[in-house]
Write a protein that binds this ligand. Structure first.
Ligand code: G3H
Ligand code: 13P
Ligand code: ZN
Length: 307
């Protein structure tokens, strides 16, 4: 199967009141775990690559691994650039075969964000590639950019932004944040804001970043086996389900993959201190990714059986 753009995936997700998961990938085991979960659940998939992942793995390795994955599946799969910082990186991945890019101008002033996004849209659309943009700012750490405070997206500005840039989907800030420590007090999302965006942009796919739920079983497991991730908290699953039933068509998940792998590897090392073959611990880590992603697809995103 060739890679696809998210167009049809999002149309179906919007109409069906569910979301597609966008899972961050850094290596072979993560790709295999996600692909196996999608296969078992018959789910569409988005695999996304950050600038950090590109630096770590090299773009060509990711592309060749994805070629292998696509040779072995009949699922619709998108290869997406996560948090593209500028036009140049977007162009490089488009030229390399990605079917979707994010241009993240959320740190820029409004007019500059529009200008940079528009430039990416023009190039991407000439190659048949999808463009996700971002307006508003999430708190938390992402690559080289970290923000203490979130700035929630203004719905009127979102509508103006989409009209002026011609982007295909938009990431908005309604209370989620990147990383494993999302909420100190009560966990809540600004659904009124999301609803308003949905009304101003009917049928337009919205993206939720920072949407890991930080499963407490992995936090407990990591801590039990020598980790120090006390107090890690994510977005409650019922809030994600509600967002997915609204205009949100893409839900980004990275932290949960990291936690699932790391907790599993910690446990393995404690229980099998004599092991030193990487396959002995990467195998169970890959299985943990698969099971976690299956759970998301089935119980959180609602995209099981939608391939
Ligand atoms: O939004 C950030 C993603 O979790 C990617 O993280 O830049 O450390 O690969 P990374
Ligand atoms: P999490 O840190 O909540 O997994 O968010 C990932 C993300 O938004 C990637 O772009
Ligand atoms: Zn993100």
């Amino acid at each position: 199967m060739p890679l696809v753009t998210p167009k049809e995936m999002f149309q179906k997700a919007y109409a069906g009141g569910y979301a597609t998961g966008a899972f961050n990938v850094n290596n072979m085991e993560i790709i295999q775990g996600i692909m196996a979960a999608g296969q078992e659940e018959r789910s569409p998939l988005i695999l996304q690559v950050s600038a950090g992942a590109r630096k770590y793995a090299q773009q060509i390795y990711i592309i060749k691994l994805m070629e292998a994955a696509m040779a072995l599946t009949d699922l619709p799969v998108v290869l997406h650039l996560d948090h593209g910082q500028n036009f140049e990186i977007c162009k490089e991945v488009i030229d390399g075969g990605f079917t979707s890019v994010m241009i993240d101008g959320s740190h820029l002033p409004f007019e500059e964000n529009i200008a940079e996004t528009k430039k990416v849209v023009e190039y991407a659309h000439s190659k048949g590639v999808w463009v996700e943009a971002e307006l508003g700012r999430l708190a938390g750490v992402e690559d080289e950019v970290s923000s203490e405070e979130s700035i929630y997206t203004d719905p009127d500005q979102a509508a103006e932004f989409v009209g002026k840039t011609g982007c295909d989907s938009l990431a908005i800030a309604i209370g989620t944040s990147h990383g494993a420590y999302k909420f100190k007090g009560e966990a809540k999302l600004d659904f009124e804001r999301l609803e308003k965006v949905g009304k101003l942009l009917p049928g337009f796919p919205i993206v939720l970043h920072g949407a890991s739920s930080v499963p407490q079983e992995f936090v407990a497991m990591a801590n039990q086996y020598g980790g120090q991730v006390g107090g890690a908290r994510g977005v409650p699953e019922d809030l994600l389900r509600k967002a997915a039933s609204m205009a949100v068509c893409k839900i980004n998940i990275d932290t949960d993959i990291r936690l699932a792998m790391t907790a599993t590897i910690r446990k393995h090392f404690t229980e099998h201190p004599a092991d030193f073959d990487p396959r002995q611990y990467l195998g169970p880590a890959r299985e943990a990714v698969k099971n976690m992603v299956r759970h998301k697809i089935r119980n959180v995103l609602g995209c099981s059986g939608k391939a």
